[in-house]
Design a protein around this ligand. Structure first.
Ligand code: ZN
Length: 246
């Protein structure tokens, strides 16, 4: 029981640039965006890097049409929380492979953007030991944790040096959202309403997913998510992260 009451620490805030790396459009909107809104309000720069365009994410829309639609929705969704830089790596949705290609692509982005904080999504097998996680989330989360180190070592991926991407060993933390074992949290009060608007921008995905009214669906999910962390964060609505310092 004592474990349940253990409080989460405040996320570090002595940083200026963050890079958020996830597999799909909408991965950051299911929880993280409230934290991101607060960070951009404070003048910090946040860049989104998506391994795929989520083209296999909607049963009723074929990938060739779905990819561009989801890219557009992701850009709109990012803009709501103050993020204008959104990049796509074009790995194939649903079959993203963990490996050196993915690590190299993420390391290249880390070298380009030089973040102090890297954000990613749950890289473990399950969500809370109950729901099996997707292969894309596992692959991208693990590759992101690894690429934070790769980015700083000039002898790993020397071809990046040839492209003018010098090592960046300045990543101080990798923060994993949606972890079963969070260590830190960010107050979500100021960003919560915008996180609802941000998730709602994924309209075609949400309409394909649920018959519920989109705003009700988004608000219910995100409020519950923020309240789940609050018991361990002084009763404040929060976004929780498992932070790996480097
Ligand atoms: Zn996803």
């Amino acid at each position: 029981m004592t474990e349940q009451l253990e409080q989460l620490e405040e996320m570090p805030d002595d940083w200026q640039r963050a890079l958020a790396v996830v597999a799909h459009p909408d991965d950051l909107e299911y929880g993280c965006a409230a934290a991101i809104a607060g960070w951009t309000d404070a003048g910090r720069e946040v860049t989104y890097l998506l391994a795929s365009r989520g083209e296999a994410g909607i049963d009723g829309i074929e990938p060739a049409k779905c990819g561009p639609l989801r890219e557009q929705e992701q850009r709109a969704s990012a803009a709501v929380v103050g993020v204008s830089a959104v990049e796509f790596l074009d790995h194939k949705d649903g079959v993203i492979e963990y490996g050196t290609d993915l690590r190299r692509d993420i390391a290249a982005a880390i070298r380009r953007h030089r973040p102090e904080l890297v954000i990613t999504l749950n890289h473990r097998d399950t969500w809370g030991g109950v729901i099996w996680n997707t292969p894309d989330h596992r692959a991208v989360g693990r590759a992101t944790l690894d690429a934070a180190g790769d980015a700083g070592n000039r002898w790993i991926f020397p071809e990046l040096i040839e492209q003018g991407l010098q090592p960046w060993n300045g990543v101080r933390w990798v923060a994993v959202a949606g972890s079963d074992s969070p260590t830190h949290a960010v107050d979500a009060t100021a960003g919560l309403e915008r996180s609802v608007d941000s998730l709602m921008e994924h309209r075609s995905y949400i309409e394909g997913l649920t018959d519920e009214e989109p705003e009700t669906y988004c608000r219910t999910f995100l409020t519950a998510n923020a309240e789940r962390a609050s018991a361990r964060f002084g009763d404040r609505p929060a976004v929780a992260f498992e932070v790996f310092p480097r």
